[in-house]
Design a protein around this ligand. Structure first.
Ligand code: HEC
Length: 110
């Protein structure tokens, strides 16, 4: 755990110093949920909002009110979305990427 923490901290500080996405393709295949979110979701959900349906933002409370509470629920939305949302199958977003995105959403948007 300590090692993982140190790795991500140094990765972050490197990225900050260089001002670029140095952590874009980290060694060892670690997936960056934020990066994946920005690539696939942020066009419609900038900062966890929703430009298509303002009632379905990614804020924790709003999602919970809509029955989306866990990482699994978020992944289920990607695989089987409601009206107006792009469908993301395993070929577009792997299960690991989907889980990383879900984790990022739950940790980021209140
Ligand atoms: C083309 C625009 C679009 C894209 C791209 C998109 N979404 Fe959505 N998203 C929507 C819309 C519209 C809804 C509301 C659908 C509904 O009524 O169920 C939604 C709803 C959701 C919800 C449920 C929110 C709530 O409060 O009930 C989650 C979770 C979600 N999206 C996650 C994602 C993730 C993760 C991605 C990227 C992998 C993504 N979305 C990409 C448009 C989009």
């Amino acid at each position: 755990m300590k090692k993982v923490l140190a790795a991500s901290v140094s990765c972050l500080s490197l990225a900050l110093m260089a001002g670029t996405a140095l952590c874009d393709t980290p060694k060892g295949g670690k997936i960056d949920g934020k990066h994946e979110f920005e690539e696939h979701c942020a066009s419609c959900h900038p900062n966890g909002g929703n430009i298509v349906n303002a009632k379905k933002t990614l804020g924790k409370k709003v999602m919970a009110a809509n029955g989306v509470k866990t990482e699994k629920d978020i992944v289920a939305k990607m695989r089987n979305p409601g009206p107006g949302m792009t469908k993301f199958d395993v070929k577009t977003v792997s299960n690991k990427e989907a889980a990383a995105i879900a984790k990022y959403i739950l940790a980021s948007f209140k």
